[in-house]
Structures are given as structure tokens and as C-alpha cells.
Design a protein around this ligand. Sequence first.
Ligand code: FAD
Length: 473
Amino acid sequence: ANALVWFRNDLRLADQPALQAALSARQLPVCVYIHAPEEEGGWAPGAASNAWRQRSLEALDADLRARGSRLRIFRGPTLPVLQALAATLDAEAVYWTRRYEPEIERRDTAIKRALREQGLHAESFNGALLFEPWQLSTKQDGPYRVFTPFWRTALADWRTHPPSDAPAALPDLEGDPHGIPLGTLKLLPARGWDAPFWQHWTPGEAGAQEALEVFVDGALRGYRDGRDRPDRVGTSRLSPHLHFGEIAPWRIVAALEAERRAETGADIDAFVRELGWREFAHHLLHHFPASTDANFNPRFDGFAWAKADRRALEAWRTGRTGVPIVDAGLRELWHTGWMHNRVRMIVASYLCKHMRQHWREGARWFWDTLVDADLASNTLGWQWVAGTGADAAPYFRVFNPVTQATRFDPDGRYVARWVPELADLPVPLRHAPWTDPAGARRRAPGYPARPIADLAAGRDAALAAYRALRESA
Ligand code: FAD
């Protein structure tokens, strides 16, 4: 008997419950990928994400071929493709790994129902999370809105799956349907701006495993403090691999737990807690699906954002704001498809507070440019910084980018790397070149002379808008 294994954001062969289900039922797994961005609602994957997906699909196909099988690519709409394939192949079952984006959850529920009505065995599995988004609830049986109690409950109820290896060999179906060549999906950008990305990343399951090993042998020791330092390799860089399901979170946890000693315990706990934020993001997105576009906290619906300022937004996107740490982050993003977490907070805060531009403007830019763009984590991240979210930083806590830079990039190495025109300035000045305009003009002539939003005035205006909102409530 045949079964369809429908790959989505679970582009791996180890810890792969959908594939495992077919093998356990002694069915021949026919591995398919169906391209249907129009089914993702307002959040179809962005350009950087697509470029990653192309490479990850290539890697999955190569891994399948090495075992005797292969990946068959189709173009949506998804349901009729699955129905036609099941009919042509006389398949008994369709298996897949769950996704949790609201629009996709709705679609998948409808697909499951339709397939079952057709007499097929349709079954989905958790392959992405340590806890299903609906699994943990408060004592009142409601959703959590604050991370700490959420995570306390998670730790008290801690059960993770044991890792399971990829099958050594996979039988393949003879002949049709072959599907279409991956290239016809046009996932790669026409102008090749993604080329520099691949000096930093190896998409696919082997690349994910390698990133995990590099982290365990390196930055794990000292992670608790090192994770805040953008000038060092202090974090795992596993986020795109996790987003595309190239590695299961429980495999990461198992690899870390194998390293647990007295001296690594605090670093491991700190890291697993960050995975916990990813879990919490999925929990929130599931329970509050409108939060991708609307303020989580409706009190902010009356907030006086400044009018959308095209020129200022363009300066922010291209790393030309005149605030070095902000520009460094946005340039790192442009050149690598990723930005350090501490710097994500700094650039987001500058946009939402000093520039008073709506958080959605920033969220959209990240969505298009991050290789780890993830609807749950991106929504939580932006609403947290903007102060409009669940468990958010209070709005009146405005990050000072110079203080942040001095603390987390003390030698100015991060700024020098991404904003090389400032590399000749001595360090206090490198983080705030406007404080010595003549010196900065002489040594960094191409760099903006002043920030597009003044730090003191921007902060005051943001706080005044916040006070007005409070008084109107
Ligand atoms: P590590 O420090 O090694 O952490 C390990 C893993 O834990 C990460 O791979 C990630 O899966 C998870 N994690 C860590 N921090 C967070 C967090 N704050 N929220 C949720 N999960 C977390 N992360 C994304 O994966 N996709 C996004 O689109 C995204 N957008 C963000 C937007 C803003 C404004 C902010 C402030 C944060 C955003 N993050 C997002 C969270 C975080 O910045 C990244 O997950 C992290 O920088 C990834 O690097 P890493 O894998 O080296 O992290």
C-alpha cells in the first residue's frame, strides 16, 4: 500500500513522525512537497525565507535520494493535488507534521476533513514543538499571557520525545507522478542578492546538525551571558533550522542534556528557556490569532503613532539612520538574513519609540528579510518591544541605543564589522558619532551626520504619546 508523506516545515528525515507513521504501517511513503503560498493569507513567505526553502528542499531531496527515494514537487491548490495524487497512487493514507500559523491551521483542518470524507486515513503529528500550543493552560483553564508562569508549568510537566534516527533506506515508487522541477517554483531571487548568505549558513538537516554540534562544542559554555553579545558568536544560530523543521527541538534538548555537568547547568537552563520563548510564541499565536496584525493589547489601538514616514523607514531598512548600532543590525540582516537577538530589540525599539513608526512596518521588513522569519516568534518579538503585546516590555521603558551599544558591544567590534565607515573612530565616538560632528565628518565622511530621530527628543515624544494614551483611557 502507498501513503503520501506531505512535507511542509519539517524538512528532515530524523525525528520525522509523519514518515515514521507510513513506515510503521508498512506503507510505501511517497514524499511530496506542495507549493501554495497563496494559502498563507497575508503572511506568504518572504524573499529570504524562500531562498532558504529552495536550498532546504534540495537538501531533503538529496537525503531522500541517498536512501533510494526522492521528493516530488507540486504546485497548489493543495487539496485537489493531494486528492488527485491519492487517487492516482491508490494511496491509503496522508501524513503530515502540524504547522500553527492561524491561516494554515484553518486550511489544514479543512483538508483533513475532506480527505477523511474521501475515505483516506489523514493524520497529522507534532514535529515542531516541545509542547503543543494548546497543551498548557492556567489554573482557570485559560491561555497564558505571561512567560514566567507558562514556563514554570512547562518545566513541571516536562516530557520530551526521545530522538529517533532517520531510516537508513527508503523504498521508492516506480514511475509517475514525478511532479515538477523545483526550479519552476522560482523560490530564488532573480538578482541573486542571497549569494552572500551562504557563507554563513548551510540549509538542510545536515547543516542543522552541524550547527548544533558547533554550538555544543563552543558557545554553549558561557551562553547565559554570551547570548547578549552581538560582537561574538555567543548563540546557536539554530533559528532558521528550527523554523524549517530541519531539526527537532527535542533532539537539541537531548544533545544539551548530554553535556550537563555542574559547570554547564546554568548555560543549558538558559538555552532551554530561550526554546521556551519559542514555545510561548506558538502558544500565544494559537490562542490569539489576530495578534499577527492587531495590537495584542487593545489599549494601544488609540496610540498616536507618527504618520508613516517613507524616507525615515527607508533609512531604517537600509541601515542609514545615523545610529551606529541600529545601522549595524539592519546591515547584518541585509547581508546574512539574520540579526542578533539583542540587536533585534535595539533596532525595533528605535523604530517604535524614537521614530514612532508602527511596529507592523518593522515586522513586515523582518518578515521579508529574515531567513528565520517565523510568524509566532516575529509577532511576539515586535509586540514585546513595542510594548503592545502579551508579557511586553512596558512602553515607557525606552532602550537607549548608545547605552545598549556600550554595554553589549564594548569594543565597538560589531559596529566596525557592519558599518566599516565608522571603524576608524575611537570607541565612545563610534557608538555616537554626532557627539563630535567635526571629527566624525573628517573620519567617516559618508555616514549620516545626525540620527534621523534624535535620541532625547524621540524619547520624550514617545513618552508624551504614551502619557496621552494613558490619560485618554
Ligand atoms: P539562540 O540564543 O541560540 O536561541 C535558541 C533558539 O531559541 C532560537 O533558535 C529560537 O528558536 C529560540 N529563541 C531564542 N530567543 C527567542 C525569542 N526571543 N523568541 C522566540 N524564540 C526564541 N525568532 C525567530 O525564530 N523568528 C523570527 O521571525 C523572530 N523575529 C524576532 C523579532 C524581534 C523584534 C525580536 C526582538 C526577536 C525575534 N526573534 C525571532 C527571536 C530571536 O531574536 C531569534 O530567535 C534569535 O535571535 C535566533 O538566534 P539563535 O538561534 O542564535 O538564538
